[in-house]
Design a protein around this ligand. Structure first.
Ligand code: PEP
Ligand code: MN
Length: 339
């Protein structure tokens, strides 16, 4: 249940409404928005007397919430969430956040070189995998902690915050010390223990990728795990889902961007690289994602895609990234955004 206060409700009326809800045994989440304050009931809201609530001075209306996610629900928090990055940029808000870099960190020259290029083109952050979730145990698994060091070097050189994937709870302390945005990969979207621990043990923003076959509701429930455990800074990432189609690596579900933005206040970015698996599709799908209302993009950029250690076929070059950015800026203007 959510209780929407009148815009002119006093602090005393707000306290009275909270007291009434708490008396029914629920915990109350208070969300102060630009228009009004909203009180969300956590727990068994059936015990709250809806009619009585509606009669209270200062209360505008009361809504039953049927969705199982609360903290991620737009009904509890009507304003868009904007997540700040350490370089002053944001994910969410008017300006798009373009997060770019190679699939995996390979060498100092590679990661620092790509970082310089994407920074110059206007990226908000550098992506790069140090721990890689590979289908085959015989494939390159990432440089691991050495990769994290190289990412830190690239950050030092360019000032770009670093986004990298976490594979298990044992790395949380290390990531807390070294990383700016912690990525939870598609394969770990329902690793509930990892989600809970990320909620409890870090305040870093979490980039939560949609699982390969996750519904929008399952994806939002995974965000709910992180948020209900204490970390509100969740960035959703649509990266394509598995369908019967094999031409593309996955199927980019752009309607999901609209769905989650309607249902949730969390920012959503789109990863056209993993969605399509083809570098030549990245530009058009990036533009389409911005048109659909995405708050940003996660794009794989490699200095030498042909020789990339991972995901070369879907990686664009720094030159292609340079060409993409002004096109994104032009399209962004049509939907009231900037790059
Ligand atoms: C990645 O970002 O390199 C990655 C492994 O993505 P996903 O989890 O979406 O497959
Ligand atoms: Mn990749």
């Amino acid at each position: 249940m959510v209780v929407i206060m009148k815009p002119q409700a006093s602090e005393g009326q707000l306290r009275e409404a909270i007291r009434e809800m708490e008396a029914a045994g629920v915990k109350v989440m208070v969300s102060r928005g630009s228009e009004t304050t909203i009180l969300g009931a956590e727990g068994n809201a059936n015990l709250i007397d809806q009619e009585k609530m509606e009669q209270l001075p200062g209360v505008d209306r009361v809504m039953r919430v049927t969705e199982p996610y609360k903290k991620a629900n737009r009904k509890y928090h009507p304003d868009d969430t904007v997540i700040p990055l350490p370089n002053g940029r944001t994910v969410g808000g008017t300006r798009l956040a373009i997060l770019a870099g190679p699939c995996s960190v390979e060498t100092e020259e590679q990661i620092c070189g790509v970082a310089r290029r994407v920074k110059a083109a206007g990226a908000a952050a550098l992506r790069g995998g140090a721990f890689k979730p590979r289908t085959s145990p015989y494939s390159f698994q990432g440089l691991e902690s050495e990769g994290l060091k190289l990412l830190q070097e690239a950050r030092e050189e360019t000032g770009l915050p670093i986004v990298t994937e976490i594979m298990g709870t044992e790395y949380i302390d290390l990531f807390e010390e070294t990383v700016d945005v912690i990525q939870v990969g598609a394969r770990n979207m329902q690793n509930f223990d990892l989600l809970k621990q990320l909620g409890r043990r870090t305040t870093k923003p979490i980039l939560l990728k949609r699982g390969l076959s996750a519904t929008v509701e399952e994806w939002l429930m995974s965000a709910e795990y992180i948020m209900s455990s204490g970390n509100d800074k969740v960035i959703l990432c649509e990266r394509g889902i598995r369908t019967f189609e094999t031409f593309t690596r996955n199927t980019l579900d752009l309607s999901a961007v609209l769905a989650v933005k309607q249902q949730s206040h969390l920012p959503v970015v789109v990863d056209p690289s993993h969605a399509c698996g083809k570098a030549w599709m990245v530009e058009r799908m990036s533009l389409a994602a911005v048109a659909a209302g995405a708050d940003g993009l996660l794009i794989e950029v490699h200095n030498d895609p042909e020789h990339a250690w991972c995901d070369g076929a879907q990686s664009i070059t720094p030159e292609q990234f340079d060409a993409l950015m002004p096109k994104l800026a032009a399209l962004a203007a049509c939907v009231g955004r900037t790059v």
